[in-house]
Design a protein around this ligand. Structure first.
Ligand code: KG4
Ligand code: ZN
Length: 364
C-alpha cells in the first residue's frame, strides 16, 4: 500500500509514492527553472500552466515506475500551502479529484512541514525514526525559521522559535546573485563561485544584525543592501576574482548569522523541560549548500548533537517530503472536499481539515 504525494507550490511539479514505513518508491520532479530563468525569478502564471501540463503525465509515470496500481494507493497527501495560489490550486484540485474518485482520504500538507521532516527520509529503505524531540532549521527561498519539534508520546507539536523579519535566506542568495549577473536560482551559483574565492570581511564588511531586545529573529535585508553596495563599489560583476571573493564573503556572512541564532537558541532549549533535543535537522533548498552542510556537521560534533541532513534530492521542492509529512499527519486525512489551497499557512498552527462530512468508501 502506498501514500501518494503531490507538490505544486512553486516551480517544481513533483509526484511521489511512499510506503507506509516512509520508503520512497518513486520521487519524480519536473523542474520549471529553465522556463523562469529568462525572467530572473518565478513567474506565477507560467508556473500554474506548467503544473497543468506536467502533473498528469508524472502521475502515470510514477505508477508505472513503481509497478503500482491506483488500487494500491491508500492515501493522498498534497501541498495545501504556503505558496503561489494558482500553482497550489493545480495540485490541490487534482488531488481532490483523485481522492474523491478513488474513495481514499486526502491529507493537506504544509509545504514547510514537508521540508521539516525531509532529513529523516532515507536514501533507500524505511525512513529514519523521528526522535522524541529535535530542532529543525528550515531555510529555503521563501522561508527561514528554527522550530522545536516534539513527537514524544504520539504527539506532534511544532513551535516556531524564530523567523525572518524581512527576506528569506534563499531569497537573499537569489536577489544578490541576480544583481551581480548570475542566473536564477542564485544559491547554487553563489556556492559554486565562492569555492574559488576567499572570504574577506575587511574588504566586504557585511553586517550580522543584532536586535536590541535580544531577539533571535533573522534579518537578511541589511546584508542584501550591503551586498548590493559593495558589488557596485568594487564592480564585482566585471571581475571574476573579485566576484569569487565577494560570493565567499557574502555566503560566509549569511551562515554566520544562522549559527549565531542557533547558538543562542541551543543554549535556551537546553534549559527547557525534558525531553532534551539530541538531534538537529537542517532542511530546505539552502540545505543543499555543501559549505553549510560541513559547518553544520562540525557544529554537531562540537555540541555533541546528531545532525540530520537531507539527501540533496530532498532539499529542494519534491513530493517525497510531502508524502512523508502526510504520513506524520495521517490522522488528519479526510474528506477531499474540505481541503483548500492557502498562499499563507502557519506551521503547527490551526489545522485545516475539519470533521469528515461524509464517510469515504473505496468504490468496489
Ligand atoms: O526549498 P526550495 O526548493 O523552494 C522553496 O520552498 O523556496 O528552495 C529554493 C531556494 C532558492 O532560493 C535557491 O537559491 C536555494 O534554495 N538553494 C541554495 C542552494 N541550492 C538551492 N542556496 C544556497 N546554496 C545552494 N547550494
Ligand atoms: Zn520548498
Amino acid at each position: 500500500m502506498y501514500i501518494l504525494g503531490i507538490e505544486t507550490s512553486c516551480d517544481e511539479t513533483s509526484v511521489a509514492l511512499l510506503r507506509a514505513d516512509g520508503e520512497v518508491r518513486c520521487n519524480l520532479i519536473s523542474s520549471q527553472i529553465a522556463r523562469h530563468q529568462p525572467f530572473g525569478g518565478v513567474v506565477p502564471e507560467i508556473a500554474s500552466r506548467e503544473h497543468l501540463v506536467h502533473l498528469f503525465p508524472l502521475l502515470e509515470e510514477a505508477l508505472r515506475q513503481s509497478g503500482a496500481s491506483w488500487n494500491e494507493v491508500e492515501t493522498i497527501a498534497v501541498t495545501a500551502g504556503p505558496g503561489l495560489i494558482g500553482a497550489l490550486l493545480v495540485g490541490v484540485s487534482a488531488a481532490q479529484g483523485l481522492s474523491y474518485a478513488l474513495g481514499i482520504p486526502l491529507v493537506a500538507v504544509n509545504h514547510l512541514e514537508g521540508h521539516l521532516f525531509s532529513p529523516f527520509l532515507s536514501a533507500s529503505g524505511a525512513a529514519i525514526p523521528l526522535p522524541p524531540r529535535f530542532l529543525s532549521i528550515v531555510i529555503s527561498g521563501g522561508h527561514s525559521s528554527i522550530y522545536d519539534v516534539v513527537t514524544a508520546d504520539g504527539r506532534l507539536e511544532i513551535e516556531m522559535l524564530n523567523r525572518t523579519r524581512d527576506d528569506a535566506i534563499g531569497e537573499t542568495f537569489d536577489k544578490v546573485a541576480k544583481f551581480v549577473g548570475l542566473p536564477y536560482p542564485g544559491g547554487p551559483q553563489v556556492e559554486r563561485l565562492a569555492r574559488a574565492g576567499k572570504a574577506d570581511r575587511k574588504r566586504f564588511p557585511f553586517p550580522v544584525p543584532q536586535f536590541k531586545e535580544s531577539s533571535v529573529d533573522f534579518s537578511f535585508s541589511g546584508l542584501k543592501a550591503g551586498a548590493i553596495r559593495w558589488a557596485r563599489q568594487y564592480r564585482v560583476g566585471e571581475d571574476q576574482a573579485a566576484l569569487a571573493d565577494f560570493c565567499a564573503t557574502f555566503q560566509d556572512a549569511l551562515f554566520e548569522q544562522l549559527f549565531s541564532r542557533l547558538d543562542t537558541i541551543w543554549q535556551q532549549i537546553r534549559r527547557s523541560a525534558p525531553p532534551r533535543p539530541r538531534e538537529i535537522a537542517l532542511a530546505g533548498g539552502v540545505a543543499a549548500n555543501g559549505v553549510l552542510r560541513e559547518r553544520m556537521q562540525a557544529w554537531g560534533r562540537q555540541h555533541d548533537v546528531m545532525v540530520r541532513l537531507p539527501e540533496k534530492r530532498f532539499c529542494t521542492d519534491n513530493a517525497a517530503m510531502i508524502a512523508f509529512a502526510g504520513l506524520q499527519r495521517r490522522r488528519e486525512a479526510g474528506d477531499p472536499r474540505l481541503v483548500k489551497a492557502y498562499s499563507r499557512m502557519l506551521v503547527g498552527g490551526p489545522r485545516i481539515l475539519g470533521e469528515t462530512s461524509a464517510p469515504l468508501v473505496r468504490p468496489s
